[in-house]
Design a protein. Structure first.
Length: 297
């Protein structure tokens, strides 16, 4: 059957990710050959005259882009929750992302009052898996989730890097997300930014978030410089850098005497120094062992 665009309720479109490149291809295909596959709808639980779209959101958007009002549809004789669960099981094989799973679980829990045990049975998972998925969505700010839905931020990038940032400091997560959207950083870039943020002190984190593009350019320049150096010269340079960084840290510590460092600040600095000292000691052991081998030769 054909339905008019105004008859369609797209409330569940927010449970799906948008991939702009795929949608452009779909628009081109429909413009050329028309809509070949009908969308799936059910009668609204609250207003049977409304057709709630369960599957086919990309097709609806493509038709709207082409300013075509009629949408080929098939009506399922199911309730909304039954239809959502049916299409969830059908999508299990096409790789719904962790965030899409989380959004669906949120909807089923909030709109249809399904308990954790009921969700666990429907998804054939244990309750702890359900709880982790629900936490995944709740930890990300809503504006950021909107960017993910619209395809501005990849779901893998969000899950791997932005969720840990949100757990630690949601404001930094939001600033990172804005930078990703503004500059179009790919997953590799975001991985470098996240590593720099994770390992940096508060001042370094602030500088990174103020100008993430500059941070990435600096990292690339250092990497290119390292590649052009002879291994022997590169090793000498690295050792010189260790000494320079230690001197700079000592100067900053003396300057910090003018302000009060909290106990957590001191603990963090000491933990970092213990790790750095261990790595320097390993380097010295390796060099001394190398010298012993040369003397014995």
């Amino acid at each position: 059957m054909d339905l008019e665009q105004q008859q369609l309720d797209l409330r569940y479109s927010r449970l799906r990710l948008r991939v702009p490149q795929r949608e452009k291809r779909l628009v081109a295909s429909i413009a050329q050959v028309g809509q070949l596959v009908p969308i799936a709808v059910v009668a609204s639980d609250s207003d049977p005259s409304r057709a709630v779209v369960i599957d086919g959101f990309k097709r609806v958007r493509a038709l709207r882009t082409l300013r075509l009002d009629l949408v080929r549809s098939v009506r399922l004789d199911l309730s909304e929750v039954e239809a959502l669960l049916l299409y969830r099981s059908m999508r299990a094989t096409d790789g719904a992302t962790a965030l899409e799973q989380a959004w669906l679980l949120q909807e089923l829990q909030a709109r249809f009052q399904l308990s954790m045990q009921q969700l666990a049975r429907q998804f054939e998972k244990d309750p702890s898996w359900i709880s982790r998925r629900l936490a995944l969505a709740s930890q990300l700010p809503e504006d950021l989730q909107g960017d993910i839905r619209r395809g501005r931020i990849g779901p893998h990038t969000a899950t791997k890097y932005l969720v840990p940032m949100a757990r630690a400091k949601v404001e930094d997560c939001e600033r990172m997300a804005r930078a990703i959207v503004q500059h179009g950083f790919d997953t590799r870039d975001v991985g470098l930014l996240y590593a720099g943020w994770r390992d940096g002190c508060p001042v370094a984190r602030e500088r990174l978030l103020d100008d993430p593009q500059l941070y990435l350019e600096s990292r690339r320049a250092l990497a290119e410089e390292g590649e052009t150096l002879d291994p022997r010269e590169g090793l000498r340079k690295d050792v010189e850098i260790l000494g320079s960084v230690a001197r700079r840290a000592g100067r900053r510590l003396r300057e910090a005497g003018q302000i009060e460092l909290s106990a957590p600040d001191v603990d963090t600095l000491l933990a970092g120094l213990v790790l750095a000292t261990r790595r320097v000691a390993q380097l010295m052991d390796s060099l001394q062992a190398l010298r012993g081998e040369e003397e014995a030769a």
